[in-house]
Design a protein around this ligand. Structure first.
Ligand code: CP
Length: 344
């Protein structure tokens, strides 16, 4: 089903907007077949997939490793600077610093062993204009001839956002919903990958998306244009509000995530100072959830209890965070299956 796209994109899974809504829906169908034990094929039989983690992980690492095993394959987990050599990704650099190996050799060598490479590489929150270009993930895609899977990059977390969309569909049905993506206070600035990908995927699925954040925390301007375009194409809508109280009115999904301001990239102390008065208002609590239309609570995890969300909300029957995490396994099995099938 992905022939045209994969021919064009070298068979990568980097961002959900590389795929049509119908293609994403096909992934959901396949993921549900895996979840309901309706298929037991082993498309990775005799194959290995490398998982390259520049940053920590629980869900992504465990679900990918288990998913590869369940598909009949073998996971090769590498942690540059930990269990493998430190990596340089820039071209033309004199490597006389603390980087031992260049990504160019790293990728070419790995490709002699494995059928695909998953990569986790967070934003460093140092240089907005650079990091919004996805320098590390782009270098992997540039040097690789085999599929690259984005396991959370500087700007996107597409495996997470598809698990999120699958969870909304399972809990509330196929029709578009009123969905709130709300910023939440956190003691330090965090990357924007999760909110970016959630907003993009929600728009692609035609949900009525409301994004609530304090002034100064807007998402990337070009991405917002793409989100608006996708929403219009899918028959949904996008609204951005700065008032946290009214943001919850009537929504069916509350998705909480903290992120750093692009105005303070390279200046985390400035962001921490800027947000110091936002703590009280921008927590997901019972009073706000009471304004929703019996809304479900979602978060990608890990989450700081009683900072991002109160115990009362995350422990309530409306919280679906554990099911959401489980769905990472099923959607990633579907993604890997399609990538390997198309490449074979
Ligand atoms: N949501 C998510 O990606 O979790 P991990 O960082 O634990 O992988």
């Amino acid at each position: 089903m992905f022939h045209n796209h994969f021919d064009k994109m070298k068979n990568n899974f980097l961002i959900t907007s590389d795929f049509s809504r119908d293609e994403l829906k096909s992934l959901f169908e396949l993921a549900l077949q895996y979840k309901n034990n309706q298929i037991s094929d082993k498309p990775l039989s005799g194959k290995s997939i490398a998982l390259v983690f520049f940053n920590p992980s629980l869900r992504t690492r465990a679900s990918m490793q288990v998913g590869i095993y369940e598909l009949g394959g073998n996971a090769v987990i590498l942690e540059p600077g930990g269990t493998s050599w430190t990596l340089e990704h820039r071209d033309g650099v004199v490597m006389d610093g603390n980087k031992t190996e260049h990504l160019k050799e790293f990728v070419q060598v790995l490709e002699r062993y494995v059928s695909a490479i998953g990569v986790r590489t967070f934003a460093e929150l140092k240089d907005w204009e650079l990091e919004r270009t996805e320098p590390v993930l782009s270098a992997f895609a540039k040097y690789a001839t085999k599929p690259i899977i984005n396991l959370e990059s500087a700007m996107h977390h597409p495996c997470q956002s598809l698990a999120d969309m699958l969870t909304i569909r399972e809990k509330l049905g196929n029709k578009p919903k009123k969905v709130l993506l709300t910023w939440a206070w956190h003691p330090k600035p965090l990357p924007m990958a999760v909110p970016n990908s959630f907003a993009l995927a929600a728009a692609q699925m035609g949900h009525d998306l409301r994004i609530a954040h304090p002034k100064g925390y807007s998402l990337d301007t070009k991405l917002m244009m793409e989100i608006q375009r996708q929403a219009a194409e899918a028959g949904g809508s996008v609204e951005v509000v700065n008032d946290v109280e009214s943001a919850y009115d009537g929504v069916e999904v509350v998705y909480a995530k903290s992120w750093g301001s692009k105005n303070f990239y390279g200046n985390s102390e400035g962001d921490i100072e800027f947000r110091k008065d936002l703590r009280k208002d921008w927590i997901v609590d019972e009073a706000k959830m009471a304004k929703t239309n019996n809304g479900i609570f979602m978060h990608c995890l890990p989450v700081r209890r009683n900072v991002i969300v109160t115990d009362g909300v995350i422990d309530s029957t409306n919280s679906v965070v554990i099911d959401e995490a489980e769905n990472r396994l099923h959607i990633q099995k579907a993604i890997m299956t399609q990538l390997i099938r198309q490449k074979s």
